[in-house]
Write a protein that binds this ligand. Structure first.
Ligand SMILES: [Zn+2]
Length: 212
C-alpha cells in the first residue's frame, strides 16, 4: 500500500510530501523545496529510505533543495517536464531573489511526459502534464489510494498563479478541467500550499473553476 506524509517547508510553507511503499519501505520525496533536515528526519522517524526525488515544477519553493539532496543521498531527480528547463536554470537567481539558501544547479535524471508512470517500491503513480502555472508542470496521481499531488495547479478554493513568464491562464483551466477532473470527484488532492480538498468539492465551490 502507498502512504504519504506532507511536510510544509520553506518560508512559503510549501507542501513537500514523502510517499512510500509499506512493503519495501522505500520512499520518494515530492518537491523538496528546502528545510532538508526536516524532510530527512521525518524519513528517519518513519523508517523509510529515500530513493528518488519527484518534481512537479521548478519554482524555488518546490525545487530549491533538490540539487543538494540529490547530491548528498545520490538520488535520481525525476521530472518535471522539459518546459521547466528555464526555471531550473534560474534557480540560483530565484534563491537570491526570495532570500532562500543558495540552490544548487541540477539536471533531471529523467524528464516526465503526459501518460508516464513513476514507481516507488511496489507502487506506481500516473503522471499527467498540467501546464499553465509553469509550462513543464506535472502532477502525480495515485489511483490506488485516490490521491493526487498537484503542486501549484489547484488549491482549495483557488488556482495557481499564471502571471509568471510562460504562465497561461487558459492552459491552466484546461489542465484542471481536462486532466484533473477525470480522476474523479472523490479524489483527494494535495496542493502545493494549504489544506487538502477533493476535486468534487472544487468543482462545486472553487470560484475559478466551479461549475466546470
Ligand atoms: Zn509554483
Amino acid at each position: 500500500m502507498l502512504h504519504y506524509l506532507t511536510i510544509p517547508v520553506t518560508a512559503f510553507q510549501q507542501n513537500c510530501s514523502l510517499v512510500w511503499c509499506d512493503q519495501t519501505m522505500e520512499a520518494a520525496v515530492i518537491d523538496p523545496g528546502g528545510d532538508l533536515e526536516r524532510i530527512e528526519s521525518a524519513a528517519r522517524r518513519l523508517g523509510v529510505s529515500l530513493k528518488a526525488i519527484w518534481l512537479t515544477h521548478a519554482h524555488i519553493d518546490h525545487a530549491g533543495g533538490t540539487g543538494e539532496l540529490a547530491q548528498r543521498l545520490h538520488l535520481p531527480i525525476i521530472g518535471p517536464q522539459e518546459g521547466d528547463q528555464f526555471w531550473i536554470d534560474g534557480l540560483p537567481q530565484q534563491s537570491a531573489m526570495f532570500g532562500f539558501p543558495p540552490a544548487l544547479a541540477f539536471t533531471p535524471t529523467r524528464w516526465l511526459h503526459d501518460g508516464d508512470q513513476v514507481s516507488i517500491g511496489r507502487e506506481t503513480l500516473d503522471v499527467r502534464h498540467c501546464p499553465g502555472h509553469t509550462p513543464g508542470h506535472v502532477v502525480f496521481h495515485a489511483p490506488q489510494i485516490k490521491r493526487c499531488f498537484v503542486g501549484d495547479v489547484l488549491f482549495a478554493g483557488s488556482i495557481g498563479r499564471t502571471d509568471f513568464p510562460q504562465g497561461n491562464h487558459q492552459q491552466l483551466i484546461d489542465s484542471i478541467t481536462q486532466r484533473l477532473w477525470p480522476m474523479g470527484d472523490d479524489t483527494v488532492f494535495i496542493p502545493g500550499h494549504g489544506p487538502e480538498s477533493t476535486f468534487g468539492r472544487e468543482r462545486e465551490t472553487n470560484p475559478f473553476v466551479g461549475g466546470t
